[in-house]
Ligand binder design. Structure first.
Ligand SMILES: [Zn+2]
Ligand SMILES: [Zn+2]
Length: 85
């Protein structure tokens, strides 16, 4: 079966390899299977949701991870405190 390549509304690419298993989302940075999504709040109750593997994510709390774009003190603070809104 061929792999399907879907482009999300935010421009992120999702690869789906259909072999009777669950769709696998690849890491945004290196393409490995992901373990987390970025928890940075982007407003309206949504989060950045950038998919990341164990190696590429930055853990900032018990159930909080940020992508490399949001791995800075300001964004980490917002993520830990639920955003500005
Ligand atoms: Zn990765
Ligand atoms: Zn992010």
């Amino acid at each position: 079966m061929p792999c399907e390549c879907l482009v999300g509304s935010d421009g992120s690419v999702i690869m789906i390899c259909s072999r009777g298993r669950k769709p696998v989302t690849p890491c945004h940075y290196c393409g490995k299977p992901i373990t987390s999504l970025c928890d940075y709040p982007v407003g309206e109750g949504k989060t950045c949701d950038r998919p990341m593997c164990n190696k590429c994510k930055t853990k900032i709390g018990p159930d909080l991870d940020v992508c490399q774009e949001h791995n800075n003190p300001d964004d980490i603070f917002k993520t830990q405190h639920g955003g500005a809104s």
